[in-house]
Design a protein around this ligand. Sequence first.
Ligand SMILES: [Zn+2]
Length: 593
Amino acid sequence: MNGDFENFKEQVRSTADMVEIISGYVPLKKKGQNYWGCCPFHGEKTPSFSVNPGKSMFYCFGCHEGGDIFKFIMKIENCSFMDALKLLAGRYGIPIPEKQKTAAEIAREKQRDSIYSANELASKFFQACLTKTAYGEPALAYLAGRGIGKEIIAGFGIGYALNNFTALVSSLAKRGCQPQVLEAAGLAARGRDGYYDKFRNRVIIPIRDARGRIVGFGGRVLDNSTPKYLNTAETQWFNKRRLLFGLDIALKAIRKSGRAVVVEGYMDAISLHAAGFDNVVASMGTAFSQEQAKLLQRLADEVIFCYDSDSAGRKASVRAVSIAREAGLKVRIAGVPDGKDPDEYVRQHGSAAFAQVLAAAQNGIDFQIDETILQNNIANLAGKVEAVSNILPFLLECQNEIEASEHIRRLAQRLTIDEGLIAEEYRKAARRGGRQQTGQPTVIPEEKSAGIGQQAEELLLRLLLEQPQLCDECRAEVKETGFEDAVLAQLFDRLCELGTAYTTDKLNNVLDDASQTALARILAHQLPEGDMDKLMQDCLRQMRRLRLEKEYEKHRLLADEYERSADERFLSELMESQRIKNEIKKLYGNQNK
Ligand SMILES: [Zn+2]
């Protein structure tokens, strides 16, 4: 089974034409050996996204995204590895090896598929009721009153459930959809006189997963009757924690802007889309979940929460900040003025005003601190101490010490408490392990720009990836000089191990994430023309020279230091630095021969 699967994976990988596949998403142009285009993962106007057709790897010099064809599909389709594999297999007509499924699994899948298709049929029926019958007119008028026109109705597939107990059940029965299936889908229930419709006289909003499949429905009344909202009951098929309303529609805009706006309800999301904000999704309730954070983290860097500004909404925002930050997202909170919800606000004040609200969104931690201070009476010392201890967990979630200390400084000013005291409490809490729990690294390593040393190391690897038989030749030399960059060193070691038997795929399989990205980046470099052997020697010499220059600098500094303090060791350091200098000269001498 496992072997079958590996073969299948390799068959898909070798069949898929990377340039052809990626061209389906962004136009590519050949320049040198590689193809170039504007990166689909970050907004840009000049191409920094490159595809190496021979090695089937992509790399973006702007956002440093890179990898093989599967990684590309996973990123752009926001799907799992298995889904990417299936998508490519389907595209090239490669049969997917069937796993032996248990009878229960088969039955479950069958039921799931029947529910999806029942939902699809029901949605079409609701849409027809809204747009093609006289019964739908009041609902259309209601929607128009909320600024929701034809385009948005069609885009979200909004419909209307008739004020009738059997309209859906009987209409779908005629299309071969059994009422038992509608019951399982949460669209019908069984009463004394048979099955009846659960949604009646409501505007109907289909709720889709990220792949656009309808998994449930929301229904809103047209007047003030209750319940105002009725949703499909939670089932194993419909789990709100794992869904974000509108994600299927907002996907592209979120990816492009790198930012998502999260609101509470689907009506908020729909109104904002109607007002031109196309990166809005709804968490359907205020309990923003880790699963939802993960959905967004794959698409965006930043999330702006715009929950209702009542106290429930504000409390939920405080929690949401922590959850989103833990998933690695930057977080801001947009406060809608006058206690309104976003839907109401945008209808009353217009798009420009709402854009202002988003632009003025507050940093997540600042919001958490403000809210906590509001909850405590900071007029007296006990209240201040309480506030500090409630704020500490938020500070521990900071990305790094610098950020935390900035917040500590401002908090101290605000509470008129000594900064050192808060800092001490913070350190104590950090020692107790608060920081580790958040799973955040203490300091995020800086993205470094490629220095001359790294350039030489990358060029050497670029050559070796083209001509792996040269590995043996430079192995001894590299062993002595070493790679300065640990990620590149790993890449070199793995490449040497595979030797001439290497393929990009085999190599990728034995690399960690950082080295995989480095591999993609290196393959995006143009392969220089000329004598490979000579180029390799040039790289090695360059690496050696830089290593020696560093050594020289170290000994020279030591010599200076000893001389200043009249330490006699200065002489030996001086001699050592002179010896290194000669060695560097010799390197140049060789080159001139
Ligand atoms: Zn990019």
